[in-house]
Design a protein around this ligand. Structure first.
Ligand SMILES: C[S@@+](CC[C@H](N)C(=O)[O-])C[C@H]1O[C@@H](n2cnc3c(N)ncnc32)[C@H](O)[C@@H]1O
Length: 205
């Protein structure tokens, strides 16, 4: 059986995301990816960024099976097996590998309860080195408004699937990050009304 899952959205967004990652990640970064999903991004980014060491993760067993299958099929030497990390948990079981130089979380913040974002930020506060980077990508509201009608529709469809999900406001995400010692460096406008948010962990907490 082929466990490798694939999505057309990944085929469309991986190159624009890679362009930002190339710029904001240190060339030799030890990266922890949260909510890796299918794992297509992970193998693509690891292959394109040969100096980094990429650790994918997802709490979902089918996702981890897909990530492992992608690594078996196409994985470069710099990608590690997937871990089971629920970002809402207090302990992610990665203390041995910490501190990381960077966290990457693509399309997670809107497709999980708000507690997951709080957990992501708390984890970044605990496990990123000072000066480390947190990269998030997805649709966001700005100043209380959707950035496009299609995002408003998407937000409604997310909430219909799970009332705890939804497109978040950048300001709320920035506040949660700030509470954990992370400062917003950059907002990058991405195709299809998505944003990349780039945070840096401050030296002093
Ligand atoms: C829409 S998928 C995104 C997957 C991939 N990053 C992408 O862009 O294709 C959302 C992912 O978030 C993961 N997720 C949901 N809640 C989570 C949590 N509390 N901690 C970590 N990951 C979570 C899900 O298992 C799922 O794989």
């Amino acid at each position: 059986m082929n466990a490798r899952l694939s999505s057309p959205a990944t085929a469309r967004n991986r190159e624009p995301i890679l362009e930002v990652l190339r710029r904001v990640l240190p060339a030799d970064a030890r990266v922890l990816e949260l909510a890796s999903g299918a794992g297509e991004h992970a193998v693509y980014f690891a292959a394109a960024l040969p100096g980094v060491r990429w650790r994918p993760s997802d709490p979902d067993a089918a996702a981890r099976a897909s990530i492992a299958a992608w690594i078996d099929a196409e994985g470069a030497g710099n990608i590690a097996p997937p871990l089971a990390i629920d970002v809402s948990a207090d302990d992610w079981g990665v203390t041995d590998e910490a501190p990381f130089d960077a966290f990457v979380a693509i399309n997670m913040i809107h497709i999980s309860p708000w507690e997951a974002t709080l957990g992501l930020m708390a984890g970044a506060g605990r496990l990123l080195r000072a000066g480390g980077v947190l990269f998030t990508y997805g649709p966001y509201m700005r100043d209380g408004r959707h950035t496009a009608p299609s995002n408003a529709g998407f937000d409604a469809s997310l909430k219909a699937r799970d009332s705890r999900w939804g497109v978040r406001d950048v300001a709320d995400v920035v506040r949660a990050a700030g509470d954990n010692g992370l400062a917003l460096d950059e907002i990058v406008e991405m195709p299809a009304n998505n944003l990349s948010l780039v945070f840096t962990k401050r030296a002093e907490r």
